[in-house]
Design a binder for this molecule. Structure first.
Ligand code: PEP
Ligand code: MN
Length: 260
């Protein structure tokens, strides 16, 4: 199964890198990040509009305030955008500006949201909940597909284990298992999986070697100042270096990078 985000084919022979900030914070932050990740070889842009934060006091995202900025950045870069929707009402609100809907880990079991996404003409990326069995994750995809929307991508973003040294534990078993049994494209989010920016590059390479269809990576112009997920965000320079190494890993597996 090949799923298209904009003109980018995910699940075909090429590997796709989705990159961008955890949250859209300001014009310069989003614009500069988009331009930089494109230059380094990302072909899909990410950026949170509404954030699912554990603490209500934490930055909740710019919401509708970011719409004009999103249009501008998409126009300037030509990159398609994926963004999380946290509520059924947001599906229509962002229909004109996002190219794919992201279902966050916390909403993987939100079956009414999944059913509504099954009626949409756009791809849906479903993140695995941190406590979901692989089988439950694949069954969440069925909720979207049974509504008529076959364009589903699965994303492994780390699960909770007994380990506390890293934010979560990247489950590469799940990647190879879901690739074999779901028939859907499977990508890896190393940023949320490990939670430590220094360790993100190696997990990108591991995802490529494991046969994932792509990675989704958080990048920020100044991670220390980020309003969400700074500790796991790569700098522009870090992302550029990672992309160079990643291409070498892909080459070893006779694969190339999707470019725009
Ligand atoms: C995110 O992608 O920024 C995010 C909130 O991810 P998750 O739903 O996997 O926690
Ligand atoms: Mn994040």
């Amino acid at each position: 199964m090949v799923v298209e985000i904009g003109k980018i084919q995910i699940g075909g022979p090429k590997f796709t890198v989705i990159a961008g900030p955890c949250s859209i914070e300001s014009e310069t932050q989003f614009k500069d990040t988009a331009a930089s990740v494109k230059k380094s070889g990302a072909s899909v842009l990410r950026g949170g509009i509404w954030k699912m934060r554990t603490s209500q006091k934490a930055f909740q995202g710019l919401g509708a305030e970011s719409f004009e900025l999103i249009k501008k950045v998409k126009n300037e870069t030509g990159l398609p955008l994926i963004s999380e929707i946290t509520d059924i009402r947001q599906i229509e609100e962002v229909a004109g500006i996002v190219d794919a809907y992201q279902v966050g880990a916390r909403n993987m079991h939100n079956y009414s949201l999944l059913k509504e996404l099954g009626r949409q003409p756009k791809p849906v990326l479903i993140k695995r909940s941190f406590s979901a069995f692989i089988d439950e994750w694949i069954k969440s995809a069925d909720y979207v597909m049974s509504g008529g929307n076959q364009q589903v991508i699965l994303c492994e973003r780390g699960i909770r284990t007994f380990e506390t040294a890293t934010r979560n534990t990247l489950d590469l078993n799940a990647v190879v298992y879901a690739k074999k049994h779901s028939g859907l494209p499977v990508i890896v989010d190393p940023s949320h999986a490990v939670g430590i920016s220094d360790l993100v590059p190696q997990l990108c390479y591991a995802a490529a070697a494991a046969g994932a269809d792509g990675v989704m990576v958080e990048v920020h112009p100044n991670p220390k100042e980020a309003l969400s997920d700074g500790p796991q965000s790569l700098t522009f320079e870090g992302f550029e270096k990672t992309m160079k190494q990643l291409e070498k890993v892909l080459f070893a597996f006779d694969r190339g990078l999707n470019i725009i």
